[in-house]
Design a protein around this ligand. Structure first.
Ligand SMILES: Nc1nc2c(ncn2[C@@H]2O[C@H](COP(=O)(O)OP(=O)(O)OP(=O)(O)O)[C@@H](O)[C@H]2O)c(=O)[nH]1
Ligand SMILES: [Mg+2]
Ligand SMILES: [Zn+2]
Length: 514
């Protein structure tokens, strides 16, 4: 029997673990129990009504398997038995595969309230706005992360995520089977979502998120005119970050008439002409009602391939958050080391290896790189032995947790000791300015950079203030405060304060560090 306790309808991992430690190890054992015997075991979460339900569901699951086994007449050839085995195989394959590291990061970008976080919820079941301020104000403030497993039904030629399959799974039906035809689902890959905030004042956060994306969905709400200011600004940010694999999602089609949806579709088509998104598929959906989400999953497979991994490259890690995971009052002996979260940019790292973090700690007026050892690697609930590019990774270190507390290392760069680029406090850029300030309603003209002007620079997940010190014929020199350690060949996104808000005005390519 390929199934275990967690496959029984209603039983989650925690309950299954508790059952196993009470001596119920298999579905057969559970199915053979009387509800009274199960209640007498006093397992947390198993009361009178749930005991009856779990035993019933275990019996349904058991009879499903027996049916599959007996339904095959003896005289059938081996080849004809294969479809039956396929379901069992895909369950086994799926169970292991679902724990693998995500291999591709897909961004969600677009104007505020256009439905990015709601789409992530429809795909993964996770609501990524977790902070109290986000929940009070109803907008995303930080980058949100969530993972999904992509599955495929060859019979129906349909793609869906593991969450979507589980949501539609009927009681007693095994996991990794198609909700439509009941056939085995094939595992395709694990992917990770980077959900960017759309509010205009959070552009710097969106830009640092863009550096983590391998491809992106640009969300456009059908019930507003297109483009809205951050629709334009986020698309430009994708262009600057070099993201070409784009899917356009026309969301909220439930909120408009058919005619309005067509009109909006035409506006989208006109808007993307001549941009990186020209020719990208435009998929009409309703994220709240879950319509056409399977088409979005198909587009991930067709438009956003997993980037090739190069074994030879040096390991580099973009830090997007850092924390102290100890509860207040933990005994010193039980304290866990500091944790940094972020994405592997290239190369890989294993447990036991050393890591260096730059620029590091500010001591008086100098930065001292931080060094430590990796003691754990995680992605969501899965523990890994090594990490490669793909998804949000948590690296547990031996660092004093006070050093990583409260996102203090956000924006820094990790690598193997001695391999990271230099820390710089001055940079020479070839600056390309946009014609118009695209992130505001009234698209005013972008004027040239001025001497002594202070700009916001974002490179990778790092942010810094750049002051223009020299304007040369083909380049501009800026001093950086704080100093940064930018990954090589990364583009600097440049924003300027206009009407009290930072607006994206262009980008700079590094000519040389000095
Ligand atoms: N009618 C309708 N409303 C939707 C749909 N998708 C999202 N909404 C609503 O739009 C509002 C904003 O949704 P969010 O998912 O938070 O939007 P967001 O793009 O993540 O917003 P920010 O992260 O703050 O930029 C919520 O009230 C959603 O319920 C949809 O398909 N139809
Ligand atoms: Mg959001
Ligand atoms: Zn199917």
């Amino acid at each position: 029997m390929p199934y275990d306790l967690e496959d029984v309808g209603g039983i989650g991992k925690a309950t299954a673990d508790r059952m196993r430690s009470s001596g119920i190890k298999t579905v057969e054992q559970l199915a053979s129990l009387k509800s009274k015997d199960l209640i007498d075991l006093n397992i947390k979460g198993v009361g009178e009504s749930t005991a009856v339900k779990y035993i019933k569901n275990a019996n349904i699951l058991l009879s499903e398997t027996q049916k599959m086994e007996t339904e095959t007449p003896l005289k059938e050839t081996k080849k004809e038995i294969t479809p039956k085995l396929k379901t069992e195989e895909s369950v086994l394959e799926g169970k292991d595969a679902i724990k693998k590291q995500a291999e591709c990061n897909i961004g969600l970008v677009g104007h505020v309230d256009h439905g990015k976080t709601t789409l992530v919820k429809a795909l993964t079941g996770d609501w990524t706005d977790r902070h109290s301020e986000e929940q009070e104000r109803g907008i995303s403030i930080k980058l949100g992360y969530s993972n999904a497993t992509i599955l495929y039904c060859p019979k129906c030629d349909k793609y869906l995520t593991y969450y979507m399959a589980e949501k539609e799974r009927k009681k007693g039906k095994p996991r990794f089977t198609c909700p439509d035809c009941g056939g085995g689902l094939e595992f395709k890959r694990n992917i990770s979502f980077v959900d960017a905030p759309g509010h205009e004042i959070l552009m710097a956060t969106m830009l640092s998120g863009a550096s983590l994306m391998d491809g992106a969905c640009l969300l456009i709400a059908a019930d507003e005119d297109c483009p809205q200011p951050q629709t334009r600004e986020h698309l430009e940010a994708l262009h600057i970050a070099g993201i070409e694999n784009i899917i356009i999602i026309q969301n909220k089609i439930d909120a408009v008439s058919k005619e309005q949806a067509f009109e909006n579709y035409k506006q989208i088509n006109d808007f993307v002409k001549g941009t990186v998104a020209e020719g990208a598929p435009i998929i009409p959906i309703s994220a709240v009602f879950g319509s056409n989400i399977d088409i979005v999953v198909r587009a991930f497979e067709e438009v956003i391939p997993t980037p090739k991994f190069n074994e030879e490259e040096e390991f580099q890690f973009l830090i997007a958050r850092s924390f102290d995971i100890n509860r207040p009052g933990t005994e010193i002996l039980n304290l866990k080391g500091g944790v940094v979260g972020g994405s592997v940019l290239k190369g890989k790292i294993k447990i036991g290896e050393e890591i260096e973090i730059r620029p590091g700690l500010k001591i008086k007026n100098n930065y001292v790189p931080i060094k430590s050892k990796i003691i754990s690697i995680s992605q969501g609930v899965n523990l890994l032995d090594e990490a490669k590019p793909g998804g949000l990774i948590g690296l547990g270190t031996k660092l004093d947790p006070a050093l990583t507390k409260g996102d203090s290392l956000i924006g820094q760069l990790g690598g193997k000791p001695g391999t990271l680029p230099d820390i710089i406090s001055e940079i020479k850029l070839k600056v390309n300015l946009l014609d118009r300030v695209i992130g505001s309603e009234d698209q005013i003209k972008v004027h040239e950079l001025r001497h002594n002007e202070k700009l916001l620079l974002v490179v990778g997940t790092e942010k810094t203030a750049g002051t223009v010190t020299k304007i040369l014929k083909n380049s501009t020199i800026l001093t950086l405060n704080p100093p940064i350690c930018p990954p090589e060949s990364f583009i600097f996104a440049i924003s300027r304060i206009i009407n009290r808000r930072y607006r994206l005005i262009g980008y700079g390519e590094v000519i040389n560090h000095n």
